[in-house]
Design a protein around this ligand. Structure first.
Ligand code: H79
Length: 491
């Protein structure tokens, strides 16, 4: 029994970021998944069709913007929203205390949730995830369960409500980010509570977490899901009976609620996937600043990838100089990579302390939006296309339409598409999204022995110029030419 547990848990660790290995032995579990795999209700179908999402990290960490009195926290804190945990020689004296009083200055004079929501819509995102409370514990809604919340700031008003209302009005689904762990809550501890006193304190913390989550559902019934974080500490992992019941309760209170795999673990501490390799939640939530290399790694699960623009910074970062910040082309590549594998790409924004996006974020949003206006039919509601991987870019598919988003344009302007010889449908006609020209499509069976594939060439016009990736929209139909049929007969 003990060995099986270890084997199970070890296999599970690797699964967040790599190929899945099913544990060799199945063990009896009381705290496995609550919802069935591959839910097909309205909310999960919507999740599958989003394609592009937006993350917003906002809180008092927006005030320092990863620096304090001209000293950059880059060398110390891991990321801008982590600045309270600033370590090393450059940390200002009494830093945690300074940080814990910053809320007294939180008064974002330019904050306009409607403006954000319009920008997000223009960018083409279909859902957004908003930080209600990060690891610092500061609540952006008027929670009854902690004084460390927005009503105590000079701003006073309910930011979560403004965001939920504005985005919902634009037709963008809202998910709430919620960090369980809290750095400055005396009842929180990272280690498993041992003494009676610790157990009592941590139990208070669990009740507090439950209260806040029920309060969020009560206050913002329009939300579609939660995006949990900070659930990796031994204390939370040991509370598996509590978290199991809480997940049930949240789902009962809010039918259709979508919860990812980062909320809770089983009784052996297995996170994301239980000790038997089953997904713990409605979608894989381990793709943080990383993408699956192969479709097979996903094992058919739904998933999202959350991505920063700077290398690792979610909250506002004043100074982008000297850092590689992802370009529109980088993001579009990651977007098509994700949707080609049935996932959503969620791009993070970290507004400043006044409520304005970073100018670099504004620029990306605008450029992504311009691209989406022409090409979004290759992004929304599409599925993985079961074709050999193309070196030219990424395939997506919707019924009998195949999209090839070309990032690597061939020098001879022949976009060659490999199709299994046994495929029932093949490319018959093609256009480039944003143009009306019909492209020539030729069957070019280069005829290598033992090749399971045959080839279709889409001829790109020499005079077609594009400075970004472009999408070839391809109609699939039954093979028509004689040679194609002959070739089928050879099989
Ligand atoms: O909100 C953003 C980050 O601030 C937050 N998640 C995104 C969305 C985040 N918090 N921490 N981290 C990201 C990285 C934490 C990594 C670790 Fe661990 C936590 C290393 C050790 C404990 C998780 C558990 C990874 C390994 C074990």
């Amino acid at each position: 029994m003990a060995t099986a547990v270890v084997v199970g848990t070890q296999a599970v660790q690797a699964q967040w970021t790599g190929p899945k290995k099913k544990p060799e032995t199945q063990i009896e579990l009381k705290y496995g998944p609550i919802t069935p795999p591959h839910r097909t209700d309205v909310n999960m179908e919507a999740f599958r069709n989003y394609g592009l999402g937006q993350f917003i990290h906002w809180g008092v960490y927006a005030i320092p913007g990863n620096e304090w009195n001209g000293v950059s926290a880059r060398g110390g804190a891991a990321a801008s929203e982590w600045i309270r945990a600033w370590g090393g020689p450059n940390r200002p004296e009494n830093w945690a205390n300074i940080y814990d009083n910053l809320y007294k200055q939180f008064n974002p004079k330019d904050f306009d949730a409607k403006r954000w929501a319009r920008q997000t819509k223009e960018m083409g995102a279909k859902y957004m995830i908003f930080t209600t409370k990060h690891h610092d514990g500061f609540a952006l809604w008027p929670t009854k369960y902690s004084d460390y919340n927005i009503t105590k700031s000079p701003y006073k008003k309910d930011i979560v409500k403004e965001v939920v209302d504005a985005y919902t009005a634009e037709g963008i689904d809202v998910y709430l980010y919620f960090s369980v762990l809290e750095w400055n809550n005396p009842n929180y501890m990272g280690k498993a509570p041992k003494t009676a006193e610790e157990k009592q304190r941590f139990d208070k913390f669990l009740q507090y977490t439950r209260n806040q989550l029920l309060e969020l559902l009560e206050n913002y019934p329009a939300i579609k899901g939660f995006w949990f974080d900070g659930t990796w500490d031994a204390s939370w992992k040991g509370a598996y009976d509590f978290t199991y019941k809480l997940e049930k309760e949240l789902r009962e209170k809010h039918p259709g609620l979508v919860i990812g795999s980062r909320f809770r673990n089983d009784e052996h501490g297995a996170r994301h996937f239980d000790s038997n390799g089953r997904l713990l939640g409605d979608y894989e939530q381990g793709w943080e600043r990383k993408l699956p290399q192969q479709f097979e790694w996903l094992d058919g699960n739904d998933w999202d990838a959350v991505m920063t623009i700077p290398p690792n910074g979610w909250g506002y970062m004043k100074d982008w100089s000297g850092l590689y910040t992802k370009t529109t082309d980088d993001i579009l590549d990651m977007l098509m990579h994700s949707v080609s594998m049935n996932g959503n790409l969620v791009l993070n924004f970290g507004p400043d302390g006044d409520g304005n996006m970073h100018p670099g974020e504004d620029k990306l949003a605008e450029e992504i939006g311009a691209w989406m206006k022409v090409n979004s039919e290759a992004v929304y509601g599409v599925r993985h296309a079961d074709l050999p991987v193309s070196k030219l870019g990424y395939y997506t598919k919707k019924d009998s339409i195949l999209y090839l988003t070309v990032f690597n344009r061939p020098v001879n302007n022949i976009a060659r598409i490999a199709i299994a010889k046994k495929a029932k449908t093949v490319p018959v006609s093609a256009t480039i999204l944003g143009t009306t020209t019909k492209l020539e499509v030729k069957h070019s069976d280069i005829g290598l022995d033992l090749d399971k594939n045959t080839y279709y060439d889409v001829i790109l016009p020499d005079d077609y110029k594009s400075t970004r990736a472009f999408v070839i929209k391809i109609q699939l139909n039954a093979p028509q030419s004689k040679s194609e049929k002959l070739m089928d007969a050879k099989m």
